[in-house]
Ligand binder design. Structure first.
Ligand SMILES: Cc1cc2nc3c(=O)[nH]c(=O)nc-3n(C[C@H](O)[C@H](O)[C@H](O)COP(=O)(O)OP(=O)(O)OC[C@H]3O[C@@H](n4cnc5c(N)ncnc54)[C@H](O)[C@@H]3O)c2cc1C
Length: 644
C-alpha cells in the first residue's frame, strides 16, 4: 500500500468520509449562506430593513446547527478587519435606521440580557431597548446545542454550563435567578440524576495515549489507587512517586505558617511545586499537566500551587492550610473551600437562563411560562426583533462604533454603528451598555481615555473548545465502565457522557442502547509561556484549525480510547458540533505573572469606568469567568447609567 492509500484507508476506518448529520455544512459556512439566501431583501434605507434578516426566516433555529459553532464563521471576520484597520471600507456610509432607544446593549450574553432586564426594572417597564449581538443566536457563551437523535430531542451546553462560582452568588445575582424562577437547590434535588451512571458501574478513567505514554491504554479508577497505578503504563519510579504524592500527608513546607505557605504557593507553579518541593520524578508531570485545563485553559506550568489547592490537587494535603481566601490576588479559593455555590445546571447549561431572560424581556418570543418548560419550548426567533416590542434582539449584528453625540450633560446621547449582512446601520439611544468583550471596546470607542483603553486591552480571554458529539449508542462506555475520561496527552483533554438532568418534558437517555451526546474539551495552549501569551497562541491555533482537522482528531481519539469497548467511529458517530470559543473565559489574574494591583487600579477596574452615557458590563469587567459576575457587572453598569 502506498502512503496515500494507507491514509485514505485510515480515514475510511474512522468514518471521515461517511456523511453525518448536516456534516456537509462544513465550518457552518454553507449554513450561514443558506439562511442568508432565504432572507427578504429590502431597499437600502428602508427603516424596516434592520428587522428583516436571517432571524426572520421561518426555519431560523440556530441551536440545531452543527459543524463549527461557538465563534462561528460569519460572526467574527468583520471584528478582525476592524482590528486590522481594513473595516469599514473608507467612504462607506451607514444606513440610518432612524431608530431611537432608551438603551442599546452591545452583547447578547447573560450580562447584556441581564443589563436589559435591570434597566427595564429600574428605569421603566416601557423602556425601549435594542440588544445587538454578532452571533446568530443570543446567550453569548451560554449557548444551546440541540440534536434530534432517534426521534427525540437531546440537549447539551455549547459553552457556559453551571450556576457555580467560587463565591456564593451576590444578593443581586441570586435575586435575578429567583425572579426568573430558578431555585438551583430545589431544581437539583428534583431534576438532576447523579446516580444513573454510577448505578451502571460507570466511573472515571484516564486515557494514556501512545504519543505521550508509549502506548494507548484506558485505565478505570482513581489515580490514587494502587490498582489503578498497577495498570497504568508508567515506570515503577513514577508509580511510587504518584502514590506518595496522592496519599501521603507530608508537609513539604515545614516551619512556615499557613499564611506564609499560601504566599509561597501563590508564587510557584504547581508543576514546579511537584518537581522542586515534592520532588517527583519528571515522568510524573505529563499525567497532571492538563488537569487544570478545564478551569484555567492552561496546564499546571502556568497555574499556581495555591490556586489548585481548593480543588484537592494532591501533594498539598499535608500542608494544613487554613480554609479561606489567599492573602494575595489571584484565584480566591474561599468559595470552593467552602463548597462553592450551586450545583444545578439545565440540560443546555445556562442557555436556559438566557432563554428565561429573553422570555422576561419579550414573552412573545419564548412561549410557555415555567422554568421547566423553557427547556423544551422552541424560540420564535422571528419575534425577537419587531418594531412593536419594547425590547428587540438583533442577531448577526456586530457593533463597530459607539460614540457620544449631542451636547454634554443631560441631553447627551449615544450613536451606535453596527454591521449586519455586509451593511452598516446606525441607531441612537439615551444610554448604552457595552456588555461585550473588553478587548473589543477600544476599537468601538476610540473616544475613551488612553489609560482606560490600555486597561481594557490587558485582559486576554481564554480560548477553549467544547466539542459535542452525537453517538448512536453508548455500549462502549458501559463495556469499559467509564462515564468520564481524563486524557492528559490527547487533542481533547477530557471526554464525558452528557450529565443526566430530566426536567419538564425533557428526558435524558437511560439505556446504553439509546443515542447519547458526549462532550469533549480542548484548551489550546502553549506550555512554558506566560498565561496571556499561551492564550494568544492558542487562539491563533484555534482559528487556523478547520472542521476537517477537528473531525479527524475526534474520530481518532474516540476510536483509540473506546475501541477496546467495541466502539467504531465510522458507525457510532452521527453528528459533531465544535463550539470554538476563541475568546472564552474572562481572564482571571494569575499571581505567577500579574502584579498585585492596588484596589481600584487593576485593569478590569480601570477599564470599566463609565464614559458619559456609556457603561461597561460583561464578566471581563469583573475579571471573573462566571455567570454571577456577568450579572453583577450588568447591574453595576445600569446603576451607573441611571445614577449618572
Ligand atoms: C466554554 C465555556 C464554558 C463556561 N462555563 C461556565 C460555567 O459552567 N459556569 C459559569 O458561571 N461560567 C462559565 N463560563 C463563563 C462565561 O463566560 C460566563 O459565565 C458568562 O456566560 C459570560 O457572560 P457575558 O455576557 O459576560 O459574556 P459573553 O457570554 O461572552 O457574551 C458577550 C457577547 O457579546 C458579543 N459581542 C462582543 N463584541 C460585540 C460587538 N462588537 N457587537 C455585538 N456583540 C458583541 C459576544 O460575541 C458575545 O455573544 C464559561 C465560558 C465558556 C467560554
Amino acid at each position: 500500500m502506498t502512503g496515500l492509500e494507507k491514509r485514505s484507508e485510515q480515514l475510511r476506518r474512522l468514518g471521515v468520509k461517511k456523511s453525518i448529520t448536516r456534516r456537509d455544512f462544513i465550518d457552518g459556512i454553507a449554513v450561514t449562506a443558506a439562511v442568508a439566501a432565504s432572507t427578504r431583501v429590502l431597499a437600502a434605507g428602508d427603516p424596516g430593513e434592520a428587522a428583516s434578516s436571517p432571524q426572520g426566516a421561518p426555519d431560523y433555529y440556530p441551536p440545531t446547527l452543527t459543524g463549527m459553532r461557538g465563534t462561528h464563521p460569519g460572526s467574527f471576520e468583520a471584528a478582525h478587519a476592524l482590528r486590522d484597520g481594513t473595516f469599514p471600507k473608507s467612504g462607506t456610509i451607514p444606513i440610518d435606521t432612524g431608530e431611537q432607544y432608551d438603551l442599546i446593549v452591545v452583547g447578547g450574553g447573560i450580562s447584556g440580557l441581564a443589563a436589559a432586564y435591570f434597566y427595564r426594572a429600574k428605569a421603566s417597564p416601557d423602556a425601549r431597548i435594542l440588544i445587538l449581538d454578532n452571533h446568530d443566536d443570543f446567550g453569548g457563551h451560554a449557548k444551546r446545542n440541540e440534536f434530534k437523535l432517534g426521534g427525540k430531542i437531546q440537549l447539551i451546553n455549547g459553552g457556559t454550563l453551571g450556576i457555580d462560582s467560587p463565591r456564593p452568588y451576590s444578593t443581586v445575582a441570586a435575586g435575578l435567578l429567583t425572579a426568573l424562577g430558578v431555585a438551583p437547590v430545589a431544581l437539583e434535588a428534583r431534576h438532576a440524576d447523579r446516580e444513573l451512571y454510577p448505578s451502571l458501574g460507570l466511573g472515571s478513567g484516564v486515557f494514556f495515549d501512545q504519543e505521550t505514554f508509549g502506548e494507548d491504554r484506558l485505565v478505570k479508577g482513581k489515580i490514587s489507587s494502587a490498582a489503578f497505578l498497577e495498570q497504568a503504563p508508567l515506570s515503577d519510579t513514577a508509580r511510587r512517586d504518584i502514590l506518595r504524592l496522592e496519599t501521603d500527608p507530608i508537609d513539604y513546607l515545614p516551619g512556615l505558617s499557613s499564611v506564609e505557605k499560601k504566599t509561597r504557593l501563590s508564587r510557584i507553579s504547581y508543576r514546579d511545586y511537584l518537581l522542586s518541593l515534592v520532588k517527583v520524578d519528571p515522568s510524573v508531570i505529563p499525567l497532571y499537566q492538563s488537569r487544570t485545563h478545564g478551569e484555567w485553559g492552561v496546564g499546571i506550568d502556568a497555574v499556581s500551587a495555591l490556586d489548585v489547592w481548593p480543588f484537592g490537587f494532591p501533594g498539598l494535603q499535608g500542608l494544613n492550610l487554613d480554609p479561606g481566601s489567599a492573602p494575595h490576588m489571584g484565584y480566591t479559593p474561599a468559595g470552593y473551600a467552602d463548597g462553592g455555590s450551586y450545583k444545578f445546571h439545565f440540560p443546555d447549561g445556562n442557555a436556559s437562563i438566557a432563554r428565561l431572560l429573553v422570555r422576561s424581556l419579550n414573552p412573545q418570543a419564548v412561549p410557555g411560562g415555567t422554568v421547566e418548560d423553557v427547556v423544551t419550548e422552541r424560540i420564535d426567533y422571528g419575534r425577537l426583533d419587531r418594531a412593536d416590542d419594547t425590547t428587540r434582539i438583533r442577531l448577526g449584528s456586530l457593533a463597530v462604533s459607539v460614540s457620544r453625540i449631542g451636547p454634554a450633560a443631560s441631553r447627551e446621547a449615544v450613536e451606535v454603528v453596527y454591521s449586519r449582512m455586509d451593511r452598516l446601520y446606525t441607531a441612537r439611544a439615551k444610554h448604552c451598555v457595552l456588555a461585550c468583550w473588553n478587548m473589543m471596546i477600544p476599537y468601538l470607542c476610540p473616544q475613551l481615555p488612553e489609560k482606560q483603553k490600555e486597561a481594557l486591552r490587558y485582559l486576554v480571554k481564554v480560548p477553549l473548545v467544547y466539542t459535542n458529539v452525537a453517538l448512536s449508542n453508548w455500549r462502549a462506555f458501559l463495556a469499559l465502565g467509564v462515564s468520564r475520561i481524563y486524557c492528559p496527552g490527547s487533542f481533547h483533554s477530557s471526554v464525558q457522557l452528557n450529565p443526566v438532568t430530566n426536567i419538564g418534558s425533557y428526558r435524558a437517555p437511560r439505556s446504553p442502547e439509546e443515542p447519547i451526546l458526549i462532550q469533549m474539551m480542548r484548551t489550546p495552549c502553549r506550555p512554558g509561556l506566560p498565561e496571556r501569551d499561551q492564550h494568544r497562541a492558542g487562539r491563533a491555533e484555534l482559528l487556523a484549525t478547520d472542521f476537517a482537522t477537528f473531525e479527524k482528531k475526534i474520530r481518532d481519539q474516540l476510536g483509540r480510547m473506546l475501541g477496546p469497548g467495541g466502539f467504531d467511529p465510522a458507525q457510532d458517530i452521527t453528528a459533531i458540533t465544535i463550539n470554538r470559543w476563541a475568546h472564552g473565559y474572562a481572564y482571571e489574574y494569575n499571581p505567577l505573572f500579574d502584579p498585585d494591583w492596588l484596589q481600584g487600579e487593576a485593569p478590569h477596574e480601570v477599564g470599566r469606568a463609565r464614559f458619559g452615557p456609556i457603561a461597561i458590563a460583561n464578566s471581563d469587567a469583573a475579571a471573573a469567568a462566571y455567570t454571577d459576575a456577568a450579572i453583577d457587572q450588568a447591574h453595576r453598569a445600569v446603576q451607573e447609567l441611571l445614577a449618572g
